[in-house]
Design a protein around this ligand. Structure first.
Ligand code: CA
Length: 377
């Protein structure tokens, strides 16, 4: 089997209402999909996290390297592209582009052998994932955050047992909002907070000490990704587990985080950190260091499907026992018309539980009408 064509799709969807994380307001969301065709008629799909026009440029520029290659040699092709761009792209959009290619190759491999990707990655340890609701972004620029408490209570009513709240809007504001949300969801639902690296270690430690009594599941990206010493300081100062890694890339990048014990929970993004091939290696490395791996997920149904195949094969967070703690699926609940539209059968949850796809490859079918409808101008 040989690769005959590599295509990129830059997609765009407007939001009915802008939302904000700690760093910016957003009124649109974009996606970048990769389609790889073979001479045997098998087609694979992948997705890249990150700035769509830049990742598309990366994929388009290495497409000619892939033509004529055997798509089943996933590690070989990963190394070929990584080595070809090593001097210029060990992190960032180059690896995000490589991620989408790698995922599409795994989709082809699964379809070729007629099995789901998780079977080729080592075999599923589970058939479904507990999902945590990612949402609770700011939708108004005022300080009355009661709508966030209502949104959080809505997730609990839908059956979610864990929710994640955006913080990083100033310590006073964060503390008040966390209290509101904790009161709304009750004491038993897990509550995680995510600062999107809005703080330095001084502010992050101060915030952590003020919220520790709210039983916070983890404090995500408290400080900028480059500030490994800051991560270590925050981790040493707080009893809250520290999470991060959505802005880190490849096993080489995660090695630094793991060796320096900067994190409790590693969050590689399958569509950013190097694809399924690399994220499996990162997850294995996390286990070696005794760290939890709970991947970051923020994308269309393709990103969710790829993440589910990885999550299916990951070991439990805790060592084997009668009551293992399984990794959770990050399940974005914010407005994103593309997320469901891109698949003929969207991936949904039932009472906070999401099944692992069982069809060949990624186990999804892309709706080509959506590719046209959401195509960026
Ligand atoms: Ca995050």
């Amino acid at each position: 089997m040989k690769i005959t064509r590599v295509r990129t799709y830059i997609l765009h969807s407007a939001l009915s209402q802008p939302f904000a994380s700690s760093r910016a307001w957003y009124d649109t969301r974009t996606a970048m999909l990769v389609e790889i065709e073979t001479d045997q008629g098998i087609i694979g799909w992948g997705e890249c996290y990150g700035p769509a026009r830049m990742t598309a440029a990366v994929v388009d520029s290495v497409a000619s390297w892939l033509i004529g290659q055997d798509p089943l040699r996933t590690d070989h092709l990963w190394q070929m592209i990584y080595a070809g761009l090593r001097d210029h792209g060990q992190k960032g959009v180059v690896i995000e582009g490589l991620s989408g290619i790698d995922i599409a190759l795994w989709d082809i491999k699964g379809k070729h052998f007629g099995v789901p990707v998780h079977q080729l990655l080592g075999g599923a340890q589970r058939t479904e994932l507990v999902a945590y609701a990612t949402g609770l972004l700011r939708r108004r620029a005022d300080h009355s955050n009661r709508y966030l408490a209502e949104e959080a209570a809505g997730y609990v009513a839908e059956g979610f047992s864990a929710v994640k709240l955006k913080v990083g809007f100033g310590l006073e504001d964060d503390v008040a909002t966390i209290r509101l949300v904790r009161e709304a969801i009750g004491p038993t639902v897990q509550l995680m907070v995510d600062a999107n690296h809005a703080y330095d270690s001084i502010a992050a430690i101060r915030l952590g000490r003020m919220i520790e009594h709210h039983d916070i599941g983890w404090f995500e990206e408290p400080v900028p990704p480059e500030d490994i010493a800051g991560y270590r300081a925050v981790k040493a100062a707080l009893s809250i587990p520290i999470a991060g890694g959505e802005c880190e890339f490849t096993r080489f990048g995660f090695r630094e985080l793991f060796v320096s014990r900067a994190l409790d929970i590693a969050q590689p993004d399958t569509c950013a950190a190097g694809g399924l091939s690399e994220c499996k290696k990162i997850a294995d490395m996390a286990e070696t260091f005794g760290l939890r791996c709970i991947p970051h997920v923020w994308g269309t149904g393709i990103a969710i499907a790829a993440s589910l195949h990885l999550l299916a094969v990951l070991p439990s967070n805790t060592p084997p026992s009668l009551r293992p703690i399984a990794p959770m699926l990050e399940f974005d609940r914010t407005e994103y018309p593309l997320r469901q539209a891109i698949l003929t059968e969207p991936i949904e949850h039932t009472r906070g539980i999401v099944p692992v796809p069982e069809g060949a490859g990624l186990g999804i079918e892309v709706d080509r009408k959506a590719l046209v409808r959401f195509a960026a101008q």
